[in-house]
Design a protein around this ligand. Sequence first.
Ligand code: HEM
Length: 224
Amino acid sequence: MSNAAAKVVMAVTGIIFALFVLVHMIGNLKIYMGPEEFNGYAHWLRAAFHPVLPYEGLLWILRIVLLACLVAHVYCGFLIRTRGRAARGSVRRKGMDASTWMARTMPVTGLILLGFLVFHLLDLTIGAAPVAPGAFQGPTLEASHAHANVIASFSRVPVALVYGLTMVALCAHLAHGLLSVVLDLGAAPGPKAVRITSAIGLAVGLVVAFGNLTIPIAVLTGLV
Ligand code: HEM
């Protein structure tokens, strides 16, 4: 696969992830509407379009699409990085440093998000102790207990910190990723357009990260 093709794959899968985290964050904010609304939403995700689709049918379609995107995104990122390093050899480039810390730390923030994803699935989807709280309750055919699970999980200060700190990585990865999408899909913006695109990327990153960040804070302060 050429580097150009790998960058297009990263851009397209990156857009899908950006949409996912935005929609997931909006869904997460339903926690402020109370247990019934939040659990109802979590249950709907499993029961949606039943009986046209089997129970969890929509969820499994989403899981398979997201997993395929994740494998492609990580593989292409690895490919571009290792090729770049091999091509550079022992020669140090001068004057070509990535311009922001967000750009330089893309591999690191990406790995943090990958680690977080495993942690998050064990915590709130699979319910595997000790990552998940002892009180974790899996969903049944009739109901979800997502609200109680989130409260039980985020009431643990170290876990709330993991979620909170991950939001910094999410914001940085999303902000620089959205700029990369525009550049890698072939747009050749001038300096002003690059600044505007960067600002939009940062705004989206901040909105998603801040929306999520409010939840561990609200749980720890007893607001929810
Ligand atoms: C404070 C922030 C977050 C909260 C409160 C939260 C909450 C939840 C909850 C409650 C579930 C389980 C839903 C259920 O099984 O009914 C879930 C699943 C999931 N979350 Fe999050 N989430 C947060 C951040 C994130 C972030 C940043 C990502 C991506 C990087 C993410 C990715 C996922 C994925 C992939 C699933 C699995 C869906 C599945 O396969 O069942 N979450 N989240």
